[in-house]
Design a protein around this ligand. Structure first.
Ligand code: GLU
Length: 441
């Protein structure tokens, strides 16, 4: 069975970059009738909070990315300790005592000599007595995984054939000096024990994948299918990393972006298929194909989400909007006609408020000086309220007959007098909704 997981660290809010990872893993699992696990990578007790963990769930629920179960790494520490013991027993794990300053110095020297800054494995040469002395002086060391110096190869679901020389990578630290288990081993243990078959994540994890493949093999696990999606950039190709904080899913929600608009965009952006608005998550699942995605950085412009949001709203039946219309106080007998008029004139749901305020309270009229007499004359001919579907045409015909005005010179001043705006819905549809005309007073 296909098993995927989305594994955020609950150390911040989800942003559009995280969403890409979540969505791809979700779609792969659902497309193949598999399982989608939400795994909270909370091995860092200082930075992980339940507030962030809850916020992650709220964001995924908002988008309809439902998970089959939740796993938390903090409750599996004994599993990681067992794996660490196994690596020790197999001679693949060693303690190293360099201080950060010493490591930094080593790196600088290597770079000065034109060599890659790879950990030199000095700790491997320490005798037991030397280790005891260092431990007495500095406390426990970090634990590093001893890579086999050979090429690590895999066929990536997006990047194709990858081959990385293990000798060009430092032996990864899997346990910190304070005993904290790091993501690199926790993730491997979880993926292996939970039977994860496909791992899709950002291309910033490619080197991790190389080392994790060796750790999985050392522990006798099955290597999942790996795929690394490209990182998002801004619209001009600029790095997005600094701005990701402002592209949190909760902020986009706050700004009125609709879930299906966001999902439709992210399920296609960076692929050879065009972005198309989909009506449901099921349609997204059907139309998803990981092999269509390319390795090039993917440009993301949040502004693209708003036309898709508007388009999504236009397709909604009034029944889907009942909660919003009720909250605005639109009487139930007017909801259908109000929605018909309003839906083509909003970008987000929040735009409804302005149109309902106009209908309920009337608008401050906008009357150009040269039209003042004309508008006053027209107002005297305004039919009695409540208006109906014929009110606009009968009124404008009467005004035309009396004043001789026609076309734009006739219609525009009347629209502006009634709505305070020079654009907006079809007036014959809007007029029956108007409860007040302030220009009349
Ligand atoms: N917690 C890791 C991250 O957010 C998970 C990476 C992975 O998918 O393995 O980067």
């Amino acid at each position: 069975m296909t098993v995927t997981r989305f594994a955020p660290s609950p150390t911040g809010y989800l942003h559009v970059g995280n969403l890409r990872t979540a969505l791809f893993n979700f779609l792969i699992a659902r497309k193949q009738g598999g399982e989608f696990i939400l795994r909270l990578d909370d091995t860092d007790p200082e930075r992980s909070t339940t507030e962030y963990a809850d916020a992650i769930k709220v964001d995924l629920e908002w988008l309809g990315l439902t998970w089959d179960r939740v796993e938390t790494q903090s409750s599996r520490l004994d599993r990681y300790a067992a794996a660490a013991d196994e690596l020790r027993a197999k001679g693949r794990f060693y303690e190293a005592f360099e201080t950060p300053t010493e490591l930094d110095l080593k790196r600088k020297k290597q770079l000065n000599m034109g060599n890659p800054p790879v950990y030199d494995r000095a700790a491997l040469a320490l005798s037991d007595a030397e280790k005891d002395a260092l431990r007495a002086e500095r406390g426990s060391g970090v634990w590093r995984f001893k890579l086999d110096h050979e090429r690590i190869v895999w066929t990536d679901g997006i990047l194709g054939d990858i081959s990385i020389d293990a000798a060009s990578v430092s032996d990864p630290v899997l346990i910190r000096a304070d005993g904290q288990v790091l993501y690199t081993i926790a993730s491997v243990v979880d993926d292996t024990e939970m039977g994860v078959t496909h791992v899709v994540r950002g291309s910033d994890h490619v080197t991790n994948t190389a080392t994790q493949i060796q750790i999985i093999e050392a522990l006798g696990g099955a290597v999942p299918n790996f795929a690394h999606h490209s990182l998002l950039t801004g619209p001009q190709g600029e790095a997005l990393s600094k701005r990701l904080g402002t592209l949190a899913l909760r902020d986009l929600r706050e700004r009125g972006v609709e879930p299906m608009a966001l999902l439709s965009h992210m399920a296609r952006l960076g692929s050879s298929d065009p972005v198309e608005l989909r009506g449901s998550v099921d349609e997204l699942i059907e139309g998803f194909d990981l092999s269509k995605f390319g390795a090039a950085p993917t440009k993301f412009d949040e502004q693209d989400l708003f036309p898709l949001t508007a388009h999504h709203l236009q397709q909604q039946p009034v029944s889907a909007m009942a909660a919003d219309l009720d909250a605005l106080g639109v009487p139930s007998d007017l909801q259908d006609s109000f929605w018909t008029v309003a839906k083509d004139n909003i970008t987000t749901r929040a735009g409804l408020e302005q149109w309902w305020a106009l209908c309920r309270d009337g608008a401050e009229p906008e009357i150009d000086a040269e039209d003042a007499d004309f508008v006053a004359e027209a107002m005297a001919l305004l039919p009695d309220m409540p208006f109906d579907a014929d009110s606009w045409s009968s009124w404008t015909s009467a005004v035309k007959e009396q004043t001789g005005r026609k076309g734009r010179g006739l219609f525009m001043p009347l629209r502006k007098a009634l709505t305070g705006m020079s654009h907006g819905p079809d007036m014959s549809q809007l007029m029956p909704l108007l409860q007040k005309v302030r220009a009349k007073a």
